[in-house]
Design a protein around this ligand. Sequence first.
Ligand SMILES: NC(=O)c1ccc[n+]([C@@H]2O[C@H](COP(=O)([O-])OP(=O)(O)OC[C@H]3O[C@@H](n4cnc5c(N)ncnc54)[C@H](O)[C@@H]3O)[C@@H](O)[C@H]2O)c1
Length: 394
Amino acid sequence: MLGTGFIADFYVSALHGGRNCDRVVMAYSTTPERATAFAKKHGIPNWTNDLNEAVNHPDVEVVCIGLRNDQHAEAAIAAAEAGKALMCTKPLARNAEEAWTMVQAVEKAGVFAGYLEDLVYTPKTLSSMKSVREGAIGRVLWAKSRETHPGPHSPWFWDVKKAGGGALVDLGCHCIEIGRSFIGKEVRPVEVMCWADTQVKPIDAEDHAIGLVRYANGAIGQFEVAWSFRGGMDLRDEVMGTDGTIWLNHFLRTGFEMFTAPGNKGYVAEKAESSSGWLFPVGDEVNALGYNHMFTDMLDSIEQGRQPMETFYDGYVVNAIMDAAYRSAKSKKWEPIELKEWRGLSDEEVQAKKEVEYDEKHWLLKEEVMPDGSRKLLLKEKATGALIQVEESV
Ligand SMILES: NC(=O)c1ccc[n+]([C@@H]2O[C@H](COP(=O)([O-])OP(=O)(O)OC[C@H]3O[C@@H](n4cnc5c(N)ncnc54)[C@H](O)[C@@H]3O)[C@@H](O)[C@H]2O)c1
C-alpha cells in the first residue's frame, strides 16, 4: 500500500475485510513514523519510506497507489518497471498528459493496471447499470452526477500544483466516470461545456463547477461538484432514458435517519457537518462507497487474467474530459475532448435511431390518458410530416 492517509485506511479495511484471502504486506509513506504507525494499526508486517524498496519487495504481488495526485505517475512507473500488477486511486493523474505516461508505462511493461474509481462500484450503481444494460430504461439520454461537500481534509488538495485543480479534478472525476458508465463507455465523449469559479475558499483553484459532456450518440453527461456545499457529502445521480428513469442517493438519504438530542459521540459519516439533531449516518461506508466490490473486481481480474471494469485507459479518458472542462471554463465555449487514441466504437456505430414507429404510416410522438379518461395519440405522418391527433373516447 503506497500511502498511509485517508484513502489508504479505507483501502486496507476493504482489502482485509473483502475476499478473506488478501493481505497487505507492505506499507509505504515518505514519513517513517506514519509508515510504522499505519503498519501496526493494520497488522502489516513490512513498512518503508523508500518507494523502490516497497514496490520491489518479493512478497508484493500488487501495488496499490493511495498517494497525493502529484505522486501517482512516479509511483505507477516504478511499480510497472518492477513488473508488478497495479491499482491507482482517482484521479489517475493531474492531467491527461501525465495520465497518458502512466498508460504507456503499464502497457510497455505488460502489467495489470486497474483504476480505482469506487463510485461506479457502489451496490446501487452496479445494480442500476445492470438494469440499464438490460434495456430497463431504454436509450440513455442524460446522466447527471453530483458530488459536493464542504471541502477535503488535507492541505495538499487545496494546492493547485499538487492536486492538478480544485473541486473539478477531485470530485468531477467521479461524476464524469459515472456519466460515462451509464451512457456507455464504448461511446466517444466529444466535447465539454463547463462553468467553474472560486466562490468561497481562498484558493487559486475552483471550489465549484458545473459541466456538460456531449457524447457521439447525442447523450449528455452532466457533472456538478463543489467544495463549498454545506450539509455533509451529497452524492446523487439521475439517469433519464427513452423508457425510464433512475434516481440514486448514496449518502445523505440512504434509508438510515436518526434524531439525537444529546448528540452522537464521534464519527457520523464522511464529511458530516453535525453530530446532533437529525443525522444521516451510512450503515457500512466501505460497502456503500463501492470499495469492496471494486477490489473484488480488481483482484478477481488479476487472477483470471482479464481486464477490470475500470482500467488506466478509463482514468486517462476522464482526465482528458477534465482538461477540456478547464479549457471551456476559461474560453466559455464548447471545447473538444482531445484523446491520443480512442479505443471504443466509431461515431457511426453508435448513432441512435430516434423515431418510434406507431404503424407503417406514422411515427409516434406522444400517448396520454386525459383527465376525462379518454386516450390521446399524437402522431406524425411519415409521408407528409403532418402532426395529427387521434382521440379515443372513454
Ligand atoms: N473515493 C476515493 O476514491 C478517494 C477518496 C479520497 C481520496 N482519494 C484519493 O486518494 C489519494 C490520497 O488522498 P487521501 O485522502 O488519502 O489524502 P491524505 O492527505 O489523507 O493522504 C495522502 C498522502 O499523504 C500522506 N499523509 C497524510 N497525512 C500526512 C501527514 N500528516 N504527514 C505526512 N504525510 C501525510 C499519506 O500517507 C498519503 O501518502 C488522492 O489521489 C485522492 O484523490 C480517493
